[in-house]
Every structure is written in structure tokens, then in C-alpha cells.
Design a protein around this ligand. Sequence first.
Ligand code: SF4
Ligand code: SF4
Length: 143
Amino acid sequence: MYSKIIILNFPAEVTQKAIVCQLTKKYDLLFNILRAQISNKKEGYMVMQISSESKAAFNKGVKFLKDQGVSISSPEHQIYKNEEICTHCGACTAVCPTDALYIKRPEMEVIFDKEKCSVCELCIVTCPTRAMGLFSEETQALV
Ligand code: SF4
Ligand code: SF4
């Protein structure tokens, strides 16, 4: 199973078209909308996790989106978990909307699954030890 989080930017002329549902109908892709702001006839964006049988199937779906006028990008920043200062208190798991942070039992260890992260940054403001932070893809450094 291949899975990736991407950002879709919709120009005003395509926001009223039923494009995203075609990913499942035509390309057999599964998607999970993590964040969205879409208004009829206005520019909008959507952060979504797309899962597919293979990377090739994922690429076909992305090509379809681009052909429809949707521009695609990856999150500029990634979330970073500093394992050395995480106390596994579990506070971040209560606010994480995508279950990217979860408690592994019976070890009671807090695990970060980067593939599920929507980069909402809620864990950063919640973590008492500042173990969660932002990492720039461009500079490959903490920001
Ligand atoms: S809130 Fe911070 S210290 Fe607590 S489990 Fe999450 S990352 Fe670790
Ligand atoms: S930024 Fe933090 S809270 Fe938001 S989805 Fe990613 S891990 Fe979860």
C-alpha cells in the first residue's frame, strides 16, 4: 500500500466541479481529507492523504488532478518528534486529529506515524517538553 499527504490548490473555475470523488471512481484511490477550505467559485485548498495499491496508481490519480487544473504540492514543512525529550505523557495523542500520534500498548509508548500527519501543528503547542517541532523540507533544518 502506497500512501502520501498532498496539498491540492483549486483555482476558482474548478471549485464547483466534482473532481476529488473521481479519484475513487476512476482510479481506485482511497483518500482522507485532513483539512480543507473550499468555497463555490473561489480559490480553495485541501490537504489530503491518498492511499493506493502502488505508486504508479497514485501518480495516475495525481496526473488526473493536474489535468483538471488542480495544482499539487507537498507540505513545505514536516513535523519532527524528538525522541530524546519525549516523556510519553500522551498529551499530544489527545489533540492529534489524524491519529498520527498514538499510544502503543502495552508498552505505553507514544509513536509518531509521519505518513498520517497533516502538519496541523496542534501537537507542537500541546507538548509540555517541546518534543514536537517543525522541520523544513527545503533547508533540512528545524524551524
Ligand atoms: S506531548 Fe510531547 S512529551 Fe508528551 S507524548 Fe507527546 S511528544 Fe511526548
Ligand atoms: S501536526 Fe501533530 S497533531 Fe497535527 S496531525 Fe501531525 S502529529 Fe497530529
